[in-house]
Each structure stands twice: as C-alpha cells, then as structure tokens.
Design a protein around this ligand. Sequence first.
Ligand code: PA5
Length: 470
Amino acid sequence: MSQPKVSLYYKNVTAERIGAEHGISDAQFETLAQKTVAAVEKVNRDRRDGKTPYRDLPTNEAYPRSAKEVAAELKGKCEVFVVLGIGGSALGNIALQTALNPYMYNVDPAQRKGPQFFVFDNVDPVQFGSFLDWIGDRLDTTYFNVISKSGQTAETAAQFLIIRRMLLEKYGPAGAKEHIIATTDTSSGTMRKITDAEGYRSLVVPDGVGGRFSVLSPVGLLSAAVCGIDIDALLAGARAMDARVSGSDLRENPAAMNAAIQWHYYQRGKNISVMMPYAYALKDLADWYRQLWAESLGKARDCSGAEVFVGPTPVKALGATDQHSQVQLYREGPNDKVFTFLETKTFQRDVEIAASPESAPELKYLAGKPMSTLLNAEKLATEYALFKMDHRPCLTVLFDDISAATIGQFLYLYEVTTSIAGALFNIDAYDQPAVELGKKATFALMGRQGFEDVAGEIGPYRALDEDFLV
Ligand code: PA5
C-alpha cells in the first residue's frame, strides 16, 4: 500500500500567477535550478562526510528500539509523562503530540493511548508552580524525561533540580531514580555525568545532531512512543522523503524547490517567511519550523567569515484563526513576505455544521456542510486574495492526510530545506553562537563561577535608569 504523501505546490509564486514584478519567471526558475545544483551537491557531500548525521536518523534502528523499550517498560505504570527541555529538546515533542494525538488527549482518558503528557520548556514560576500544586500523589505514577544534550542549559537544569529534590524527598535515591529518564549526550556533559552518577535510565542525543535537527532521534521518539504515536510510520515517512530530497533537479526535489524560492525572495526584499497551517494539528509544526529556520539561517558571518547579517524571519500563524488577526497586514501591509500554507486533503474526522434557525436565513449556506470544507475554503479564499489581488507569493505544503507517515515526511522535508537554504546563503546552518552567548550571560547574572568577567560587563545594566521610565 502506498504511503499518503506530502507535496509542495508552488504555482502561486510564478510570474504567470502573481505578475512579473513579484512572481518568479521561467528564466528565473532556470537560474535557480542551476544555482541549486551546487547547494544540493554540497548538502549531499556534507552528509557523505558525516557532517550532518541527522540525515541518517530515519534509517537508524537502535534509536526507535531504545524508545520503544522504555515506552514498553512504562506501560501500565506511568499515568503522567513529563518532558523537561527547551528549544530543540522540546519543540519537536510538542509538535508531534499536537499533530498526532487528539486535542482533548490530556483531559479525556477515552481519547488517549498513553499517559497524560506535559512539556515544560520555560522557567516560569507560576506555570511550573501550578504543575507542582497539581501533581501531589500523582507523583507515584509520574515519569520525567529530562532532555538536555549539555545538561548545562539553565532552564532545563533548574526544572530538573526542583523535580529531583521532590523525588528524593519522597522516595529516596533508589526510588527517585526510577522516575527519571535522561536523554542526553552519549559520553560527555553535565547531564551525562549526573545520569551515570545517579543511575538513571538514559537515551542518547546522537553525536553531531543539534537540538533543532533531533526530533527523529530519541529526543522526539521517546515521548511519541510513550504517548502511543506510531514512531515506525513516522520514520518510514522521513525515509520516503529522503528519497525525494537528494536529487539535484529542482523540479523533482521539494526541499530544493522550497529553499530556492525562499532564497530568491529574500534577495528581493521579501525577508519574512510566514507559515500558516490550516489544521490545528499542524499548528505546532509551525513553531518547530520557526526555531529550525531562525536558529539555522540567522547568521552574522558567512562560511568565508565575511559579515553578512543574513536570515529570513520566520513567522507562525494559524488559519482560520489568524485571518481575524494577521491577514489585514498580510494583504495590505508591505509586500515583504513569502507565505507557506499547510493544508490537508483529508481530516481524521469531520463535524457537520447544523441547520440555521429560521430567523437567520443568511447562515443557511453553512448548514449541512462539513467543517473541513469551510476550513479549506477559507484557506483558498485567503490564498486567492493574497496571490491574485495583492501579488503576494504563496506556497502550499499539501498533506494527503495528517498521519505519522506524513508528519515524518514534513519534518524531514523542512530539515533538508534548511540545509539547502544554508548552502544557498553560504552560512553554517548547524551552529548557534548567538544562543550560546545568551546562555553565558545568564550564567553570569545567576552568579555561576567562572563567568565573573561577563557578570562585570552586564552589571551596570541591572539597574533601571528612572529617568527613562514613563
Ligand atoms: O537547537 C538547539 O541546538 C537548541 O535549541 C538546544 O536544543 C537548546 O538550547 C537546548 O540545549 P540542551 O539540549 O543542551 O539543553
């Protein structure tokens, strides 16, 4: 049986559709096709040279096996599963859960195949405190997956320390360790050190795989497996996409086409890239994409060390909700954006709209129609207005359905799109020096030893200048 598919529809960026000023002409596609060949070759070479091990996650057998083993062990005894992590250690988990489990998963036991599931990716005391107030005796059946490659990330470390103390106070060291599963570096780092010292079960963040490229590793696979998501189908989807994104023919390679179009528009002042899913299930994929795109492509220097300050700004929106919030700007504001709609041909279920009262014949057009018809009509209506009336470039990522197979395809499509875009921009898509600096400044402000110099530099900015408070 053939897999449901994810495809990229790009007709609504062509000059034929949106006019010569904003659209891409046949000649420009030809130029892009030539330029992209070298970018795809570089990305393929990086893979062969072992520089991008994320590319081989879909074929790794040990990682899904390790996730399934832990999931099987927790089955029947785990009623609450909590991920502690941030950035690449959290966003993939959230995206998979929203995409592949029902909206009322946490509230309705009949709608879930696993434990209740929470991801904490912040250090907000009110949010975390509310969880601590709620957990009470549920702690007995709660398991914590602390995900941190380094173990030094202040937010994850703070959450972990609070949970660890709570577990130690209630169960002592031998009992506490049963409630913690660490996903961390194979051999080095603070979390690896703690894991080995305290005897936690652990899964690996594979060497050379950055957080934002790690969703198909144990980082994303464990919570998915625990919550009943078919991780084999997810990885099969990624493998199917792998076969489509390695060739150098632009018109056959959706990642190359996507990257080339985004790059083309960035060169022409359209430096905002809006992702707008028309399905609630796909909403957090836009959040995941936002990190992937921003952290990978926002760079001060190119590969030769020259200052470039490059990077498209990713923006997430949700259809139809944000039609009533953002679309006024999208249509009448500056023509500086590329729009990517996510659309599914079929929804897992549908709801029929009920009849209108006699007093409101103007609502009769809705009666008896499936809700999905309305949602997809709104997508086309918005897209039509943008490309036809306002000459704004619109892409659509079209899902045959929303299933583990198509989500796996989407994740891999966007990871490779990011790699190819990185090659087109001639930047290193895999580092994040600016994020690292922020981490160091936090250490300094929190009084960590060894960061006194940074603390001295930031010190004067701690106090607000009252003259500038209005
Ligand atoms: O994508 C990334 O590399 C980052 O977002 C990291 O995932 C994030 O900073 C967390 O790092 P760590 O896993 O070391 O706690």
